[in-house]
Design a protein around this ligand. Structure first.
Ligand SMILES: C[S@@+](CC[C@H](N)C(=O)[O-])C[C@H]1O[C@@H](n2cnc3c(N)ncnc32)[C@H](O)[C@@H]1O
Length: 205
């Protein structure tokens, strides 16, 4: 399969498959349950969600523990990750790149990314913002690495694979009818529920 950007090739290939195998642990799931309980506590009536770049589904699994009957849609480019994610009840997976995902007429109460915008080719971010916004009935969440200005950082020895910026700020500028509901930080040295230094921003229409 030929992709438009080198970042898609990277995640569809061996790096993405190894990542999927590495990220199979219950500590991550517990941390996600703690994080999403904080975030979902700020929402009302979330019964469906869309995650772009879901990997093996550790966020969706956590959300389904908090909202057992939630209907979930995932988009994921890596085949090994798709195979794992598809095993989660109530999850429908679109196998392919976010850029090949067509915005459906059906919308979701919550759309989100976690640790995905940071890996998108910067010139393609607007396309992902559009999917997040247009596919959402109400809430948009981004949980990513924050930096006030756009920067690139080395990612496990790879260049052009990790970018930090103010993703939420850009989304709020692009879509003025969105308002910020809450935001927070989850630290890798948290004693009970560590996360990978995620900064999360919950917005609503
Ligand atoms: C760092 S992982 C984060 C996974 C998940 N969101 C989580 O928090 O556990 C990034 C995920 O996004 C997927 N991904 C990256 N670029 C993508 C694209 N253009 N389309 C679909 N999936 C993508 C990767 O394959 C990988 O599963």
């Amino acid at each position: 399969m030929n992709y438009e950007t080198e970042q898609e090739e990277f995640w569809a290939g061996n790096f993405g498959t190894d990542y999927t195998e590495r990220n199979n642990n219950t500590t991550l799931l517990s941390s996600n349950i703690a994080l999403f309980s904080k975030i979902i506590n700020q929402t009302k009536n979330v019964n469906s969600c869309l995650e772009l770049g879901a990997n093996r589904g550790l966020n969706l699994l956590a959300i389904s523990r908090l909202i057992p009957d939630i209907k979930m849609q995932a988009v994921e480019i890596n085949e090994a990750a798709v195979n794992e994610c598809s095993k989660i009840p109530n999850v429908n997976v679109f196998k392919g790149s976010i850029f090949d995902y067509n915005i459906e007429p059906e919308t979701y109460d919550l759309t989100f990314t976690k640790g995905v915008l940071i890996h998108i080719a910067p010139e393609k971010l607007d396309d992902v913002y559009e999917i997040l916004y247009e596919s959402s009935k109400k809430y948009v969440l981004v949980a990513e690495y924050y930096n006030p200005t756009p920067v690139e950082v080395n990612y496990r020895g790879n260049t052009k694979k990790l970018f930090k910026r103010d993703f939420a700020g850009e989304i709020l500028d692009k879509y003025p009818d969105l308002e910020l509901v809450d935001y927070g930080f989850a630290y890798h040295r948290d004693y009970t529920f560590p996360q990978d230094d995620m900064t999360w921003f919950l917005m609503k229409k």
